[in-house]
Structure formats: C-alpha cells, structure tokens
Ligand binder design. Structure first.
Ligand code: ADP
Ligand code: MG
Length: 340
C-alpha cells in the first residue's frame, strides 16, 4: 500500500491573519488558535517579549522600553519582520514537528497589491511553511458561511474587521466587484476615545474604548438604552476618574464610522451589474467579521438598503472556516486560490 511519510508528518494549516485577530485552523483538527494579532517588543534589546493574548494583556500597561505593536495595521503586513515572527510563533504552536514543514493557506484582503502578496508569502516561508497559498478574504468568508461561490448567482459579503471593512460581490468563483475602506472596529474605538476626551476630559485606553463599543455601542436606537461606567484619567486634574456614559451619546459618537460603512455598502450596490443586483435583492447581504457584532448594525443596514441582511453565525471565524474548507476539499476549491 502506498504510504507517504511527508503526508503523515506534515499538516495543512489555514491562517486568517487579521488586523485584530489571528486564527489558525489545522486540517482534521479544527480551529486551534484564536488570539489577538499583537506583538510586544522590548526596545532595549529589540527582542520579542510576548505575542497574542499575552501581548494584548500588556496593551497600555507597559513601561517605556516595551512597545506593543499590531503588525497588520491596515489589513496588510505593516512590519514584515515582526509579522514573520508572529506567523512563526503561531505555526510552531500548532505544528511542533520542525523536520517537516507545513503547507499553509493564508487569506489576504481582496485589494492587496502584488508586492504585499509577496511579503505575506515570504514571511510565511521564512516562518517555516513549505508551500504557501493565498486566498482572497471575501472568498474565504463566503465559503465559510456556506454561499454557493462556484455557481452563477451573485452574493454580497460585508466583512468588518479591526482595520478594514471589505465589501465584495462574488459570482462563479470570482470577485465581481469589491471595495475596501480603512474604517472598521479600530476606528470606532478611536472615535470613542476622542469623544471621552473632548466631552469629559477623560483619557481612556484602547482596551477601555473597545469595551465601551462592545458593551453599549449601537447603530440604531435601543428599546431600553444602556449605561456603563468608563474609567480613565482626568486630563485636567491628572487623577483617575470614572464617568457614567449612556448608549445614546456613544451612538452619536459612532455615527461617523458607521455612516462611512453604510455609504460604502450603498456605493458597492450601485456599482453591481444589474443581473447580480437582482440576485442580491433576493438573497441579501451577509455580515461577517467582529465589527458586524456592533448592536443594531444589521437593522441599520436593513433600514438603509431595504435588503435582507443576515449576520453570519460566529462572524469572527467565517474566514478561517472557509479557508479550512479549501484545505479539506483541495481539488474542489483549488481554483479559488489566488495566482502569484
Ligand atoms: P480582523 O479580521 O481585522 O482581525 P475581526 O473580524 O477579528 O477583525 O474583528 C475584530 C473587531 O471586531 C475588533 O475591532 C473588535 O473590537 C470588534 N468586535 C468584536 N466584538 C464586537 C462586538 N460585540 N461589538 C462591536 N465590535 C466588536
Ligand atoms: Mg478578518
């Protein structure tokens, strides 16, 4: 009987290298890693002191020699060296056998340039991958949510991540039109941070801002509005301070980034060929990515577009699940991978 050693010892790995979170799927095992895409570096000796969750815990709490960075700022690799270390760290975590190198499939935003693709490929190769395949993120999330990507029906996917919002219309295994804007979860956090500073003289950290967004952030009025105590430092007195804010004012603060996302969706709809528009009218838009969990965002889009809007199940894992499907059915989906 034919027995391939390399097949036995290597694993196929799918990586969703997001601006906010990195997820790793291993063929036959499922999603094994789900950690923030964050690296902490000691600037004294330029050594990495923490990656993932451990680095996230340090956000805003480090001393001056330690810098906490997000190597994937706007959806593409911002700092190749650090990104490479991060990819190596995650690959080693799931693939302990260093003798055999894994095949790795990585998702990239649909708008990446050739040189950005090169950097991602090189980083993964240097990090220990034997072969590297790339797939466009909207294609991966469409597969992950179970859309019929190989059929001649139009589907629209909206993916709101940390750094970018990607909107894509897919049909017949290809991307018909797409749009990417650099307004997503991080921008919402930044807006809340500014709001607290301007209106309450309260300086808050990134993690606090994100907590406010996830707890009381909304895109449409709530039947019962919410309150929350926000902690930070008083800009005038310089001492710790806590202030109660409500969801009405946070909604007002978030209106700018939310409006930008709504406008981008409308613009993409306007640019969609009529036959596919008809499909989208019937089938609607699927929301994925962590940012789509903002309360009331689905309702806001429903009100603005009059289309069916569906929030994907477990929206933060769609991309990696879809990429995992390519690994599991390589022959069937190979043609969806990006060339060079
Ligand atoms: P990426 O693909 O860029 O790594 P993710 O899809 O992992 O991004 O989404 C991360 C973003 O989702 C972060 O900005 C995070 O704050 C946001 N997010 C997560 N949960 C919620 C929530 N319940 N409400 C609003 N935003 C959320
Ligand atoms: Mg993503």
């Amino acid at each position: 009987m034919f027995f391939s050693f390399s097949r036995f010892f290597t694993s196929d790995i799918a990586i969703d290298l997001g601006t906010a979170n990195t997820l790793v799927y291993v063929k036959g095992k499922g999603i094994l890693i789900r950690e923030p895409s964050i690296v902490a570096i000691n600037r004294g000796d330029n050594k990495i002191c923490a990656i993932g969750f451990e680095a996230w815990e340090m956000l805003g709490k480090t001393h001056r020699d330690i810098e906490v960075i997000r190597p994937m700022r706007d959806g593409v690799i911002d700092d190749d060296e650090v990104a490479e270390d991060m990819i190596r760290f995650f690959i080693r975590k799931v693939h302990k056998n260093r003798l055999f190198r894994p095949r790795v499939t990585i998702c990239v935003p649909s708008g990446v340039t050739k040189s950005e693709k090169r950097i991602i490929r090189d980083s993964a190769e240097h990090a220990g991958a034997r072969e590297v395949y790339l797939i466009a993120e909207p294609m991966a999330s469409a597969l992950g949510v179970g859309l019929p990507v190989n059929e001649p029906v139009g589907s629209m996917i909206l993916d709101i991540g940390g750094g970018t919002t990607e909107i894509a219309v897919l049909s017949l295994g290809g991307i018909v039109n797409d749009m990417s804007i650099r307004v997503a979860g991080d921008e919402m956090d930044e807006t809340i941070l500014q709001f607290m500073r301007r209106n309450y003289n309260l300086l808050i950290g990134e993690r606090m801002a994100e907590k406010v967004k996830c707890t009381i952030g909304t895109a449409t009025p709530l039947e019962k509005e919410l309150n929350m105590v926000v902690k930070g430092r008083d800009l005038v007195a310089g001492i710790p301070k806590a202030i109660e804010v409500n969801s009405v004012e946070i909604r007002e603060a978030l209106s700018e980034p939310v409006d930008s996302i709504v406008d981008a969706v409308k613009l993409t709809l306007e640019k969609t060929p009529p036959e596919l528009s008809a499909d989208i009218r019937d089938r609607g838009i699927i929301l994925t990515g962590g940012g789509s969990l903002l309360k009331g965002l689905d309702q806001r889009l429903r009100d603005e577009t009059s289309l069916p809007i569906n929030l994907a199940d477990d929206p933060m894992t769609c991309v990696v699940r879809g990429t995992g499907m390519v690994l599991d059915n390589f022959e069937k989906y190979e043609k969806l991978l990006l060339r060079n």
